[in-house]
Design a protein. Sequence first.
Length: 149
Amino acid sequence: MKPTISIAVTALVITAVAGCGADTSAPEATAASSVTTASAPVPTGADLKGTWIQAGAGYAKGAPVTWENQTVVIEKADGQGFAGFKEYKNEGEPPQKENVDGVIGLDGNILIVDDDGTFQGRLIDGKIQGQYAEVGNDSVAMNLEISRK
């Protein structure tokens, strides 16, 4: 084999072998590409400041439950973080108030925690949609929608 052809064949083999390490069908590759092509900008904490109304349905302590007209107020925001409170009234109980803290991920996912539970969701068409959960004796699993008041 001539040296020029040998070098070309070696370069081709090295290129082919190097390309074998990249698995573009892996879920990570697909997820990464879908995040970078998203057209909606990622909101900031300041975008969520204000008063919101929370409603949803799910299960609490093994029974169906519906939440309506719960108020969520985002008072403070800094970068991707925010804080405030939520107020609600359960039947037969006095009004309750809980602190909320939240953060928006680089992918647009919103995480909010209160005194005993966690909400995860996204801002979709001006509404925060997602799921809320509490564990233990007061277990709750809810689909929620939080709309600006």
